[in-house]
Design a protein around this ligand. Structure first.
Ligand code: ATP
Length: 914
């Protein structure tokens, strides 16, 4: 069908699009433009899954055995514990699942849609048949559409047809109705992307009716991604299970050897296995990751691929674009070089208010004519719109182009007025590799007018003539030198310089190729724009340097502009270099690998250069984060360890290729993300450290007690309770602890580092040992206390009582009270340990007791639970405890704080560097 037939059939208008009301009606009728998603895992299945665990089966077997032997209280208590554990596990996993889903939803793409005669950026979900959508290089096509205009538009359709070379698109009707998808050259399809050019289309089908929708069932997305850490923990967890089972088996045999009843030995061993295996760990890791990622959203960072959170913490090099990332991307024309003179332009922002002067004096009539010529071409070759919102002037579109509109308005030139005389005919869109763009306009005469703007050094090479001093003449070598020097001078003042050129052409060339339009041009002048650096970037660069992270600027802009901005932001150290794309072309890859560490700024680069730079850094063993916005940047972004796309200026294709999106395009947000990445990893490490040290404490307590032939200090049901009271909440609170303020003063972690290295492993065993020692000593202390009228010194008790117990001598005292005290010391010392885990070197009092209120709350709840089961008569019976007096609690807290005091002293020594 012809375009007019399509627009008639779909009751739309290709110039103004649908009205808002019609669009809403159609949304109700056709539904959202989305593919039907796979159903998420049901909460019921997730809950049942909690019971599908080897250890839980053993526990359930224990329940049956206890029941058969008539131990009803034990059986019921274990069942309750299993259910409570399942509920906790379920809540953690459900929360983890939900936060992951929420993250996926955040990444919904937007499209440029014409509604009510105005261009809007709307969520692609809301697109309906009949919508008129603007497509530009790098955009994802949101639904199936029929093209109504195409300026060199090509699309990449491999996701649909398997064909990887871009397909050029046209608007003409096609005669054969049964063409295959790949040959339907006037159609664009959902899920494919624009590789180059520009165009508009009328949407014909949305959602499941699109070609992609028809095959959606076949391409169900791949399984959930696990991060390298999660994978390592999975492997580690399995080894840990075997280790725990081994130790538990030893405890079991020792109990049998002591001739304890078989059931008791069995229950103790099973409970110990349950307590020792940190089954909540995977969920805690997921929650810490997911919550960290949600926190990042507030810092303008959207993580697209979860594993990148870990890699972020290892980043050693950040390669960043300049425009918009290091600078504000709020341009203002400051100088114009026209008629061989430099004109100063006053005014700030986009408000069209300002004066034009040469050395402080207003322009002559002739000079003003030349300035108007340069700005006139600048606004015809322009796709931006200048708008007044309330009292502020804003720009819709590219800020560089907006600044030109504003400068032109200062001399009374408005695009809409000029376009009445010079209506748009065709366009060769801007491309950051070509670094220029052209627009062909009609004129009041028969000829057409070509208006070109682009990087000054590129434009000057395309010119053969110059229009100056009222005459059109050939461009001499001297002219070129003057222009190049002017360009260098203005760029040295951190200005972005654009060259402006034009030429008349024959009317036949209405839709011509770049090779014809953009050559043999007439040079009109230069426009120099200021783009101030973002104020927060200097500090961010400084933070990077302290954190051992190298910062590199990679820009399409001029070498001098880049150097000037780089100098201001602290990019340039003493021995680092600035090189440009042309020099880079002469350097082979092997040399570049050796050179990269000395280059802080790359100017006038193209997308391929970016790829070479990433590869060279990676060869040096660096972990590279690389930003990108244009469609051509996608390969480099993909190649980088952390590919970063820009939320505002980034194209869909680059976003898709990236690991994370910076929603405010700001370099400082990248640094904030690295900090968060380091913090998240650190917090996960704290949780793991805490869980493993506490579990080691439980195992060692029972092992030592068995070896020393002591009556068991803890009942199975008590061990199971400790697992509930101390494992869940404090570990979770550590997983979301505040980030160590010094985290960016350390150098990056190696990506190959094990989360539990040798020193942490040793510390875990040492702390587990301390917990076991406190528990056992408290236990024996009560024994001794009740047996002896004169308690005497701890020293004599140790010598006379502890040593004989190795020889099999039994202690007989108030066993129940001693057990309750041991049970409480085990719980409370673990709570003390949770505060130790907050920082490996700094004292709790230095980091602030109240800086993690969640941990305080968690510890408070765990303690309250422990106190409750001791004093509630009913639970007292179940947990086989006796009420403790004040003196007992003093003993409990005294022994429990041992681990805290010892660790504080060790930390103090470490800080002193002793
Ligand atoms: P960065 O890569 O740091 O974002 P950049 O914005 O300068 O820097 P590009 O967008 O690739 O990089 O632009 C390259 C050059 O093209 C610019 O330095 C400028 O001279 C020119 N240029 C930029 N925008 C336009 C435009 N809209 N029209 C014509 N030329 C442009």
């Amino acid at each position: 069908m012809r375009v007019d037939e399509i627009s008639q059939n779909l009751d739309t208008n290709i110039d103004t699009g649908l009205s808002h009301a019609t669009a809403e009606d159609r949304l109700r009728k056709y539904g959202y433009n989305q593919l039907e998603e796979k159903e998420g895992i049901s909460p019921f299945v997730l809950f049942l899954g909690q019971f599908n665990d080897f250890i839980v089966w053993i526990l359930l077997a224990a329940v049956v055995i206890s029941g058969v032997l008539g131990e009803w209280i034990d059986a019921l208590a274990i069942v309750s514990i299993v259910v409570i554990n399942a509920v906790i596990g379920f809540t953690q996993e459900y929360r983890a699942e939900k936060s992951l889903e929420a993250l996926q939803k955040m990444a919904t793409p937007f499209s440029k849609v014409m509604r009510n005669g105005e261009m809007h950026s709307i969520s692609s979900r809301n697109i309906v048949p009949g919508d008129v959508v603007l497509l530009e290089a790098g955009d994802y096509i949101p639904a199936d559409g029929r093209l109504c205009s195409s300026f060199g538009l090509s699309t990449q359709e491999s996701s649909l047809t398997g064909e990887s070379t871009p397909i050029e698109k046209f608007t003409e009707p096609l005669p054969n109705p049964s063409l295959s998808l790949g040959d339907r050259e006037n159609m664009v399809f959902m899920g494919t992307s624009v590789t180059s050019g520009k165009g508009t289309c009328i949407i014909v089908t949305t959602g499941m009716q699109t070609e992609l929708g028809k095959i959606a069932g076949l391409i169900q997305e791949a399984g959930k991604e696990v991060t390298p850490l999660q994978h390592k923990l999975e492997v580690f967890g399995k080894k840990l299970v075997y280790l725990c089972l081994g130790i538990v088996a030893i405890v079991f045999l020792l109990e049998l050897w002591r001739k304890d009843p078989l059931l008791e030995a069995f229950l103790v061993s099973v409970s110990l296995a349950v307590a020792a295996i940190p089954e909540g760990l995977p969920a805690i890791v997921t929650i810490a990751l997911a919550l960290g990622v949600q926190r990042m959203v507030k810092r303008h960072v959207l993580i697209r691929k979860l594993p990148s959170v870990e890699t972020l913490g290892c980043t050693t090099v950040i390669c960043s674009d300049k425009t918009g990332t290091l600078t504000q991307n709020e341009m203002t024309v400051k100088k114009i070089f026209a008629n061989s003179k430099t004109v100063d332009v006053s005014g700030t922002g986009y408000a069209p208010v300002g004066d034009f002067t040469i050395n402080g004096t207003p322009l002559s009539e002739t000079d003003e004519r030349f300035v108007k010529l340069v700005l006139g071409i600048g606004i015809l070759c322009n796709n931006a719109h200048l708008k007044k919102d309330h009292s502020a002037w804003t720009v819709l579109g590219d800020p560089t182009e907006g600044a030109i509109l504003s400068a032109a308005a200062k001399v009374g030139l408005w695009k809409e007025d000029l376009q009445k005389t010079f209506p748009f005919a065709s366009e060769i869109p801007f491309d950051s590799n070509r670094k220029k763009m052209s627009i062909v306009t009609k004129t009041p005469h028969t000829s057409l007018l070509v208006c070109v703007k682009g990087a000054a050094d590129v434009i000057v090479k395309d010119c053969v003539k110059i229009y100056t001093n009222g005459e059109l003449r050939d461009l001499s070598e001297d002219d070129v030198n003057v222009i190049v020097n002017k360009n260098n001078e203005m760029a040295g003042d951190a200005l972005r310089v654009l060259g402006i050129a034009f030429k008349p052409i024959d009317p036949e060339a209405i839709n011509p190729a770049p090779g014809i339009v953009e050559k043999d041009l007439i040079f009109a002048g230069l426009l120099a724009l200021i783009d101030p650096p973002r104020p927060e970037v200097k500090d961010a660069v400084n933070t990077c340097h302290k954190a051992g992270i190298t910062t590199v600027m990679i820009t399409g802009d001029h070498k001098n502009t880049a150097r000037a901005i780089g100098e201001e932001l602290g990019f340039l150290g003493n021995e680092v270099k600035v090189i440009d794309g042309m020099e880079l072309d002469t350097i082979p890859d092997e040399i570049l690998e050796k050179l990269v560490s000395q280059v802080a700024i790359y100017a006038r680069v193209s997308a391929e250069h970016k790829l070479r730079i990433v590869k060279a850094w990676k060869k040096q063993g660096a972990i590279v984060a690389m930003t990108g916005d244009g469609v051509n940047d996608a390969p480099a972004v993909k190649e980088a360890n952390i590919g970063i796309s820009m939320g505002i200026t980034g194209t869909d294709v680059t976003k898709e290729a990236s690991d994370m999106v910076i929603t405010d395009d700001n370099f400082a947000s990248i640094v904030a993300a690295v900090k968060e990445g380091r913090g998240i990893y650190d917090n996960i490490k704290k949780s793991i450290h805490y869980l493993l040290s506490c579990n080691t404490g439980e195992i060692l307590t029972m092992l030592f007690a068995s070896i020393c032939n002591l009556p068991l200090p803890l009942f199975p049901i008590q061990i199971l309770w400790i697992n509930i009271a101390t494992d869940g909440l404090p570990a979770l609170a550590l997983g979301v602890d505040t980030i160590d303020p010094d985290i960016m003063k350390k150098s990056a972690r190696r990506s190959t580092e094990n989360i539990i290295d040798k020193s942490l492993g040793a510390l875990i065993i040492f702390q587990g040992f301390l917990i076991a020692v406190s528990t056992l000593f408290a236990y024996l202390y009560i024994f001794y206390d009740t047996r002896n009228e004169n308690p005497g010194h701890l020293y004599s008790w140790f010598l006379h009582e502890l040593i004989p117990c190795f020889s099999g001598a039994r202690l007989f005292g108030d066993l129940e009270r001693a057990r309750t005290v041991a049970f409480s010391v085990m719980v409370v010392s673990q709570l003390f340990q949770s505060f130790n885990c907050r920082n490996a070197n700094r004292s709790l009092f230095e980091i602030g007791v109240f800086t993690n209120t969640k941990l305080l709350l968690a510890a408070g709840i765990s303690l309250a639970m422990q106190v409750a089961i001791i004093y509630i008569p009913y639970t007292r019976h179940i947990f086989k405890v006796v009420p403790l007096g004040l003196q007992d609690w003093i003993i409990v807290f005294g022994f429990s704080s041992l681990i805290f005091v010892v660790m504080e002293i060790i930390k103090w020594y470490k800080r002193k560097g002793v």
